[in-house]
Write a protein that binds this ligand. Structure first.
Ligand SMILES: Cc1cc2nc3c(=O)[nH]c(=O)nc-3n(C[C@H](O)[C@H](O)[C@H](O)COP(=O)(O)OP(=O)(O)OC[C@H]3O[C@@H](n4cnc5c(N)ncnc54)[C@H](O)[C@@H]3O)c2cc1C
Length: 467
């Protein structure tokens, strides 16, 4: 009889979560915990928290939705504040937990937390079980031996497609009826069995789930007041709500409800409408949406409505996400190095003085650069946490090549502001545009003026997000 403690990380869902299913299967009693890590509240180079206010709000909503789902199944979700590698073994020991279970992460900081946790748990005789939950194809199933992961996306995608990567994606878990409107999912089996004393430890851990967590910090308030626009109409603001139920609703609506997927290829570069692209990224980033679930549902759509460029392109984009994630797992800290995986200095490496650099960063954050397209995109990002892919490419290129801001600083600013921040996708795309990894052409400089004319010909996007 094993008492199991399940530690939720960026896998904040109960449906299609292999790590969670394995834990439930192994358990005679099980409890669920989320640990708020204070290291994430440290500041970026721009003086704003790494976990910015949009993502903090999104996380709070996600945890509340998860707690609701767990409660419907007779469980609770405990939230504690501290370093997971210290707090979890303590809780496990005090509660005679036999197995600590969790989802594996891809970024080096999180991996080193896992390693330390493993050592601590070994000392006290608590077993550990972990699994991947963020991939279409798990690292172990990847058809590339050590050292041979393709450096370019095209080679990566071509090989995966040739090897029919679909066969590595497990069949859909049985409790889900895909083409029906979203339901609350059930955790099968064990109901009402909980660990006893976690509540006490929770109380003592010093975590207060108060509104400070989602409200702007002082630095964020200053940033907001610099870009404040009182009457941003709701219809142009892509404000996303966190949670597995919201993710399932969006997934259903985009693919089967409104069927926006049927025009994805044509609209994906759009700047203003919620129907332009899937908007799945924020839910994928914190794991409240399973990428395999998205894949299977696109395939279901194709089975009924036929396959074509539009639906194929959603999978194509998900393979970009996959490409960066696998590279991050294999390269570790080198993924974040200024010289990138090519060990190359970025074209835009420069000798700007620190004050000059800070002034340029401030101009970007105050949305007062010389390019209105960049300013509009930054204003949308700061106010909503979202920016389109076209916007991100242009802002990143402008910061790197026109303003000569080192790409690693740009990546840190996005880390704070993006609601869908994902270490692999964010740092991978920045490195790609800077030309230090993944791009044999050596960087992507966009002509931002031309891009504005091509993608916002009527000027409606810039007008919507201008002061
Ligand atoms: C500088 C820069 C930083 C970025 N940072 C992030 C980030 O932190 N988190 C993040 O999820 N995406 C990031 N992206 C990728 C992309 O911009 C977003 O995934 C996309 O805009 C999210 O909107 P969507 O869900 O509507 O995308 P869609 O166009 O609907 O695409 C579907 C899904 O495919 C994946 N995807 C699409 N484009 C990319 C891409 N270029 N790289 C990796 N995955 C992709 C995402 O998971 C996305 O949800 C970044 C891109 C750039 C240029």
């Amino acid at each position: 009889m094993t008492k199991v403690l399940y530690w939720f990380r960026n896998d904040l869902r109960i449906f299609d979560n292999p790590a969670l299913s394995a834990a439930v299967e192994a358990a005679s009693a099980i409890s669920f915990i989320y640990v708020h890590d204070p290291r994430l509240l440290k500041n970026t180079c721009a003086g704003i928290p790494r976990l910015g206010r949009h993502r903090r709000r999104f996380l709070t909503q996600t945890l509340s939705d998860l707690r609701h789902s767990l409660k419907e199944n007779g469980y609770d979700l405990l939230e504690v504040y501290g370093h997971p590698e210290k707090i979890l073994p303590e809780i496990a020991e005090k509660n005679s937990v036999g197995l600590l279970s969790f989802s594996r992460e891809t970024a080096p900081e999180e991996c080193s937390v896992e390693n330390e946790l493993l050592l601590e748990c070994q000392k006290i005789g608590v077993r550990i079980n972990s699994d991947w939950t963020q991939f279409l194809v798990s690292p172990a199933d990847l058809p590339f031996p050590a050292g041979s992961l393709p450096q370019t996306f095209t080679d990566f995608r071509n090989t995966l497609e040739k090897k029919e990567f679909e066969k590595f994606i497990p069949a859909e878990p049985s409790s889900f009826i895909a083409e029906n409107p979203p339901l609350h999912f059930k955790l099968n089996g064990i109901a009402g069995l909980k660990l006893d004393d976690l509540g006490l430890i929770f109380k003592n851990s010093g975590f207060e789930a108060d509104t400070r967590f989602s409200n702007p910090t002082e630095a964020e308030s200053r940033l907001l007041s610099a870009v404040y626009k009182a009457d941003a109409p709701a219809d142009k603001a892509r404000i996303l709500t966190g949670g597995e139920s919201q993710a399932a609703a969006r997934r259903y609506d985009y693919i089967f409800g409104q069927k926006n997927i049927r025009s994805y290829f044509e609209t994906r570069n759009g700047l203003l409408n919620s129907s332009d692209s899937t908007l799945f990224s924020a839910w994928l980033a914190n794991g409240s949406l399973s990428v395999r679930d998205v894949f299977r549902n696109v395939k279901k759509y194709e089975a009924v409505h036929g396959s074509g460029k539009n639906s194929y392109w959603v999978i194509f984009e998900l393979l970009w996400r996959e490409f960066f994630k696998h590279h991050l797992v294999r390269s570790g800290v080198r993924f974040f190095a200024p010289e990138g995986l090519y060990r190359r200095s970025s074209d835009a490496d420069n000798q700007l003085s620190a004050p000059a650099l800070m002034m340029r960063i401030e101009d970007v954050l105050a949305c007062r650069t010389s390019e209105s397209f960049v300013n509009a995109n930054m204003r949308e990002l700061i106010q909503t946490g979202f920016m389109s892919n076209r916007g991100r490419q242009n802002v990143a290129s402008f910061m790197i090549y026109d303003l000569q801001i080192p790409w690693t600083l740009g990546a840190q600013i996005f880390e704070s502001l993006l609601i869908d921040y994902d270490a692999a996708s964010n740092w991978g795309n920045w490195a790609y545009i800077a030309g230090v990894s993944f791009d044999p052409r050596g960087g992507r400089k966009f002509n931002t003026v031309k891009q504005r004319q091509d993608y916002d010909p009527s000027g409606s996007y810039v007008a919507a997000w201008s002061v």
